[in-house]
Design a protein around this ligand. Structure first.
Ligand code: CP
Length: 334
């Protein structure tokens, strides 16, 4: 693999040039990107972030997608995703159309096909937060405009892009990092396996025995890891995952849809809580990350959330930058 993970500092891609391989594409999981395209999204986000910080009014004046629109369908609750996609679209000059209640999209039992094919007459890209991965895959099947997964039960690629950008900004060369994810083998665990496989990382996922990531996703990630030099390890031991880790990540123990299992999970996941003691096993200057919302005192202590080595708010901010980059690249004319 020719990707240099020590460098994401590149000029913004010429969105309309033939060399933008992402024009018109869907991103339903990180593996919809090649490692080179994953690098392109992150480097575009970093360049756009820097340009915005240097002179926001200049960037806004040059917004490339004036007169266009982005449909944002949220079938599950959201704060960060909604705000960051709405702003990302607006900063590109596009009008965000948000449907965030059960009656505004797929209403009255309308089929995914009919809603999707009507929506694409109005908007230029669709962002969807939903339940089963198959649901967003079916929408992408019908849509002739780009479709972006804004979280399903299986994957959260936009959060993954934000998190790998945050790791790069704080720790540099992704291929030299050990990532420890400790908690539920959920959509974030699947997403980290994919991002780590693409960027050549040493990734350890520690979960209780019956909460491991899905085997099929692990096998796909391992197949790519064999080509990129990544190492992917599943364990039930948080200590094993944390030993020497450069980046320590956790997530809620009961994701959206699993809330009814909260009490039984809370007992089982107790040894997986991230505390200041966890960081004694990690590498010096290790980073803490959490996609939020967090349950302070449950999967992670207040002390860790508020520590100087916590990057939780940088991650949240980077949602905006990576999603703006993604929309820039996918909405380009092809
Ligand atoms: N991390 C994340 O997706 O946050 P929201 O659920 O608030 O969008």
């Amino acid at each position: 693999m020719s990707v240099d993970w020590s460098v994401l500092d590149k000029p913004v891609t010429d969105l309309h040039a033939a060399k933008n391989p992402l024009a018109g594409r869907d991103v339903l999981r990180l593996f919809d990107l090649t490692p080179e395209e994953f690098h392109l999204v992150l480097s575009t986000a970093l360049a756009q972030k820097r340009a915005w910080k240097a002179d926001p009014s200049k960037v806004q004046a040059e917004a490339p997608y004036q007169g266009r629109a982005v449909g944002i369908i949220l079938e599950k609750p959201s704060m960060r995703t909604r705000v960051s996609f709405e702003l990302a679209a607006a900063r590109l000059g596009a009008h965000p159309v948000i449907m965030a209640d059960t009656h505004s999209a797929f209403s009255r039992g309308e089929s995914l096909k009919d809603t999707t094919m009507v929506m694409e007459r109005f908007v230029d890209a669709l962002v969807i937060r939903s339940f089963a991965q198959a649901r967003v895959e079916e929408i992408a099947h019908w849509a002739r405009i780009p479709v972006i997964n804004a979280l399903t039960d299986d994957f959260h690629p936009c959060q993954g892009l934000a998190d790998f950008l945050t790791m790069y900004e704080h720790k540099g060369d992704l291929s030299r990092l050990k990532l420890a994810y400790v908690g539920d083998g959920n959509n974030m665990a699947h997403t980290y396996l994919e991002g780590a496989a693409m960027s050549g990382m040493d990734c350890h996922i520690a979960t209780p025995p019956s909460y491991q990531p899905q085997e099929s996703y692990l096998n796909e990630a391992r197949a790519l890891a064999a080509r990129t030099g990544a190492s992917l390890t599943l364990t039930t031991s948080p200590d094993e995952a944390l030993a020497g880790a450069d980046v320590v990540i956790t997530d809620t123990w009961a994701s959206m849809g699993s809330e009814s299992q909260h009490d039984e999970r809370a007992v089982l996941f107790e040894p997986y809580r991230i505390t200041m003691a966890s960081f004694e096993a990690a590498a010096p200057r290790a980073l803490f990350m959490h996609c939020l919302p967090a349950h302070r005192g449950e999967e992670v202590t207040d002390e860790v959330m508020d520590a100087p080595f916590s990057a939780i708010y940088d991650e949240a901010e980077n949602r905006l930058h990576v999603q703006k980059a993604l929309l820039s690249l996918l909405m380009a004319e092809n």
